[in-house]
Design a protein around this ligand. Structure first.
Ligand SMILES: *Cc1c(COP(=O)(O)O)cnc(C)c1O
Length: 290
């Protein structure tokens, strides 16, 4: 079996936001969130070559790992349904119910909950629990194939942008961008924003990709992964009301909160033209309204 995946619909659009205009900075979004409602943003990009490889290998089932609100689990569940694979999601922690896991199940994903200690060693889990005709996708959809798919979006970025912003969880999306930018001899400044505390551990891996033009902001985690503050929540609400674009509090809203602060404080030279990757993940917002 072979899969021919189309290029995702992910247009670039200007953002009208008074505070940024006043600072003399033009900001555009690359609407990766529009690629698919549930296989959104970087998850679509990262799954691309995993899916084509699974198809080439005649895999019957996709198996992968994620947390209880994982955008990657939901993307895999939806992609499995769309492209004809069964799916198994191995979920970190005790059995819970929430809207995201409910949707995974709705798409046909079988959910297996395992305790955090067992979860932490994916290799050992995989060895002890073989699945016939399986294609195993790394957590978050990363690995060399995931990074390759992610990096390709740079082919859709016009050369007049000075900066490209991307939020960072596992770091595989940003690695894919760095790798491809180096390979293509680009000079655009890649700006990575950590949404996890202790993200410094990713810095060496980024550096080894030998792309000179990047900055890794590790201070942007706002207290830790998925942690929120009244200020953050007020900002994402204000931003959505001003632009009509939703941004989740875990990834994109958090990046934007810090980006906004930096723009307003003059971090970026006047006249900069910034492209922000909107990597989707909007179902993460459902936890806010539960
Ligand atoms: C998964 C995800 C990220 C983080 O991507 P990594 O490759 O793990 O760094 C950022 N934004 C959204 C919306 C995501 O779903």
């Amino acid at each position: 079996m072979r899969l021919n995946l189309h290029k995702p619909y992910a247009p670039i659009e200007p953002i009208v936001y008074k505070e940024w205009e006043q600072a003399g900075i033009s900001v555009f979004f690359k609407r990766e969130d529009l690629a698919h409602p549930f296989i959104s943003g970087n998850k679509w990009r990262k799954l691309h070559y995993h899916l084509t490889t699974a198809a080439t290998n005649n895999a019957r089932v996709l198996v992968t790992f994620g947390g209880a609100y994982s955008n990657h689990l939901l993307a895999t569940a939806a992609a499995g349904a769309k492209y004809g694979f069964e799916t198994i999601g191995i979920v970190r922690g005790e059995a819970v119910k929430n809207p995201v896991l409910g949707m995974c199940n709705h798409f046909g994903m079988q959910l297996l909950f395992i305790d955090r200690t067992a979860y932490n060693d994916h290799g050992a889990y995989k060895e002890k629990n073989p699945v016939d005709d399986a294609y195993w996708i790394p957590e978050g959809g990363g690995g060399a194939l995931g990074e390759k798919g992610m990096g390709e979006l740079l082919e859709e970025v016009p050369v007049d942008f000075t900066h490209l912003c991307c939020s960072i969880g596992t770091g595989s999306s940003f690695s894919g961008l760095l790798y491809k930018a180096a390979e293509s001899n680009l000079t655009i400044q890649l700006e990575g924003f950590a949404v996890i505390k202790g993200g410094e551990y990713l810095a060496n891996g980024f550096q080894e990709l030998n792309y000179k033009h990047y900055t890794y902001h590790t201070h942007s985690h706002g207290g830790g992964y998925a942690k929120t503050s009244p200020e953050l929540l007020a900002f994402i609400e204000k931003f959505s009301r001003a632009t009509g674009i939703l941004c989740d509090q875990v990834y994109e809203g958090k990046m934007l909160y810090y980006l906004d602060e930096m723009i307003v404080n003059g971090y970026y030279a006047k006249g900069s033209k910034i492209l922000v990757l909107h990597n989707g993940g909007l179902t993460g917002m459902l936890s806010l309204f539960a």
